[in-house]
Write a protein that binds this ligand. Sequence first.
Ligand SMILES: [Zn+2]
Length: 305
Amino acid sequence: MELVAAIDLGGTSIKAALLDSALNPVHSTRVPTRRVGEVVDVDQLGELIETLTEDATGHDGRLVGVGVVTPGIVDSDLGVVRFGANLGWRDLPLRERLIERTKLPMRIGHDVRAGGLAEFTVGAAVGVRNAIFMPVGTGIAAALMVDGHELHATGYAGEIGHAVVDPNGPLCGCGQRGCLEAIGSAGAIARIYAERCGEPVSGALEVATRMQAGDEVAARVWDEAIRALATALTTAVVLLAPEVIVIGGGLAESGDVLFGPLRRELESRLTFHRRPQVVAAALGDGASRTGAGLLAWRAVREASS
Ligand SMILES: [Zn+2]
């Protein structure tokens, strides 16, 4: 049985799996990300792939390709991680480094775009040619598909979290003021509510729960987040005309309390435009790993053609 390794590298942990050609995991593992000083150790990925090669043999299989996805600015055509803030990487030729060591067909991708690829191929937006995948968690980014093509722009496309939605808004981690991520992310909702109330909360879902219990501060923070998300998505709809917008990440777990008002707010801003369906992600936090598997199978096909 031919298997691929799907590896989702994060700043704190690495999620990896061996997937068959139908993307079913036959083995999965999770290890803490290893650093040398501030920099994530590339050799750990090489070692992990060697271990997965042995695991594949243990499952009566053979490892035939690898897909690795990372956060940051990733040029997936060249396999170079241009900039990974929480990895400590700059212009790292990751694909070349890993091929040198493993000699396997290999593709490098961006974690959110890979998650989008998975949602567009086997998840919540199957069968459409124009779609946006936007996970809303600590940060916000988007995967964009137009006319069946995934937009990459050498790794710079999709940074919707850093679209300014309020020039007088709070400071963003990127240095700008009023980015979507600084108002509408799950992290921002919890942070802004805690600032205004003077007491910490466990996260955005707790803010939603407090709002439903009649907390007016929570209602205002939630409403500002919804309007920020709708502002950025309206621009995306006007430019890209998606048929489906897939919302993922931690905030999507709040369900109707997010989707109801977000759909209404977005609808109120559109006139002649094509109405997108706004739906919850189908693959949860396994989307990026499944996307890494799809990239790995692409690498295998390319190597054999
Ligand atoms: Zn920003």
